[in-house]
Design a protein around this ligand. Sequence first.
Ligand code: FES
Ligand code: CO
Length: 346
Amino acid sequence: MLKNFWYACEFSSAITNKPKQVPLLNQQFVLYRNSQGEVVALLDRCPHRGAALSNGWVENDCIRCPYHGWKFTTDGTCIEIPANQPGVPIPKKARIDTYPVQEKYGFVWLFWGDLPPEECPPLPSFPEVTDSALRSVEIESTCNAHYTRLLENSIDPGHSAFVHAHSFGSGMNQEPRLPDYKVRLEGWGASALLNLKQHKPRGFFWKFTHSKDYLEIKTTNTFYMPNLAIAYIGIPTKLILFVAHVPVDEQTTISKFIQFRSFLTQPWADGIFHKQSLKVCLEDKQVIESQRPRVVPDDLTAELHVPSDALSITYRQLRRKCLDMGWGLTPDISLSDHTNGVRIQV
Ligand code: FES
Ligand code: CO
């Protein structure tokens, strides 16, 4: 896990004026909206006895702990301790850490690091996904795996003919060879354009979009450190898959996808796209949960690479660069209450 990045951690649509717990980087945060609609992010742990504030409620933009009712402002200051007699001062240490957040591209982004956010990599720019003519669906999938393996899976063109042989890859399994491609480095990310020639896959979506049996599809796979991947699939019509692989802890990742489409934009079609995407996630999950070591190796020589792995090699190199800069977070399991994706009840 890496520090000094903005982390897309939750869908914007999931944050309301009701506090919501967001697990990220071995910790729990609580997010809610104030009366201006701005998102507030605090550590989800009351400094009094450690209760989760996310089980509390919002009062005049402040958050009230559900255990003994202490009340905190959006900057984390405690302003009320109900059990105290009048005149008893509030301890100076009665405060909660707060975090910079911003909302963009349908996600809430939380900054985690020890450098000022201005000195760290900015949010990447995805102008394509702000096109209001696009219809979107949100998909969420939890995987018992490290986020680095999920990120690599998202940018790996070689697995579709096998892992997705019964979904969108069904047209590729007779011809799994991939064209050579070039990797374009873009600051803290990289992308690759692939011209795929394949048989038309089975299924509703392809039937609708294509009349020919053989297709040429231009796909651009892009990733940004530390955990974002985007696939732009140009099939005269447009399909964009934007995913944040949210690192919950060393064993658990919640992948949050927003899929944008320029066709079948009627709301009734949402369910079809949602169901298809979930099926694809489950296909990936089966393989990814089996990968060992769980974390993508830091050393490039630890696994084998072929030309179609070029984009994931670039990801490993950029990850190595971050680790060399001292941006790695040492796992601290004492902070986590997740093991293998299951909450421990103590
Ligand atoms: Fe929050 Fe006591 S634990 S007020
Ligand atoms: Co896949």
